[in-house]
Design a protein around this ligand. Structure first.
Ligand code: PHE
Length: 336
């Protein structure tokens, strides 16, 4: 028995603990609960005859004290609590935390909001799940009218003629209805948000995109006011010499209606550029005003709806809308 203790003592004394790693493996070899040599000896005490257990226990304890003292010694020599610090180089420069950035859509939405806020518009919001009345009927889409097919709809509860349906909003125009229903004219609001359409997905259309609705209702509002505000907007976003045109169009909720294009200069295009549609607009249809109990003899208004994604793509030179929804860091990092 004593030979075992003696040889283990010699073995321990011969160990040289000259690095944090050496200290660690020493501790494991002799003291770890599972495989330590001293621990094993301690476990063996049950096989020792009762009369010898006292000396045996004492012998094991001496080895343990010896091993612990050696570890303590080595740690002091290597610097305090060497094993905790072995990977730390205090002279290394710090790691910069990775900063997030605003999505290009968010940046563009903020920009659009700022422009219209500077003209006295306030920002409104509405739900993304809408009922038939707000999304279609109150906006002068007759039931069963083909105009409803202009916007392929994701239904949550299908439309039946008696009760209407529940759907993901196909445009931000229902916020016009909610705003006018809840207040008294004049109204001067914009309403940015997500909209959904059941379209086939390609580089230029996605099932989800973003719009900003605009609405101005007061006494004596005319189409000239609409043109003036949209021109000022386009100048702020695309530069003072922006060229824009109003093209006659159709929306059930505006009369007359127009689509607005801007001339997009691009050397790579034949002829130096092309007209790009950026929004739809028009004078609020009297039926819409009447649907929300506003006297259409007294009040007139204009409304517009523009695609934020389209404007972001123009500003940043993005040619595939799908990349806006992929959350690829390699893309997003470029907008920090
Ligand atoms: N809601 C229309 C669309 O999504 C855009 C629009 C808004 C047109 C307001 C006229 C007035 O296509």
């Amino acid at each position: 028995m004593t030979e075992v203790f003696d040889s283990l003592r010699k073995e321990i004394e011969a160990e040289s603990l000259d690095s944090a790693d050496a200290v660690d493996s020493f501790r494991i070899r002799y003291l770890s609960k599972k495989q330590g040599k001293i621990t094993d000896l301690m476990k063996g005490i049950k096989d020792v005859s009762p009369g010898e257990r006292g000396t045996y226990g004492q012998g094991v304890n001496e080895l343990k004290t010896l091993a612990n003292a050696k570890i303590k010694d080595a740690k002091t020599k290597l610097g305090s609590s060497a094993s905790d610090q072995r990977d730390i180089d205090l002279s290394l420069p710090g790691r910069a935390p990775k900063m997030g950035s605003l999505h290009p859509i968010t940046q563009t939405r903020h920009l659009i909001n700022r422009v219209f806020e500077s003209y006295g518009f306030t920002v409104e919001e509405g739900p993304e799940i809408e009922d038939d009345w707000h999304n279609f009927s109150a906006l002068n889409f007759p039931a069963d009218h083909p105009a409803r097919d202009m916007q392929d709809t994701f239904f949550i509860e299908p439309t039946d003629l008696e009760h209407g349906g529940i759907m993901l909003r196909t445009h931000t125009s229902p916020v016009q209805i909610r705003t006018m229903k809840d207040g008294e004219p004049p109204f001067r609001i914009i309403a940015p948000g997500r909209v959904y359409r059941n379209e086939s997905i390609s580089y230029k259309s996605y099932c989800l995109f973003h719009q900003v609705e605009g609405l101005f209702v007061d006494e004596g509002v005319t189409m000239a006011d609409l043109k003036q505000i949209l021109h000022a907007f386009a100048q702020t976003i695309f530069g003072d010499d922006v060229q824009m045109r109003f093209r006659p169009s159709f929306f059930p909720f505006t009369e007359p209606s127009a689509e607005v294009d801007i001339w997009w200069n691009d050397e790579s295009l034949p002829g130096g550029g092309r007209w790009l549609e950026i929004l739809g607009c028009g004078m609020v249809h009297p039926n819409v005003l009447e649907a929300v109990d506003i006297d259409s003899e007294k009040y007139t208004g204009y409304a517009f709806g523009m695609g934020i994604d389209r404007i972001a793509m123009l500003r940043y030179g993005i040619d595939d809308i799908r990349i806006l929804f992929e959350n690829d860091e390699r893309f997003l990092d470029q907008f920090a």
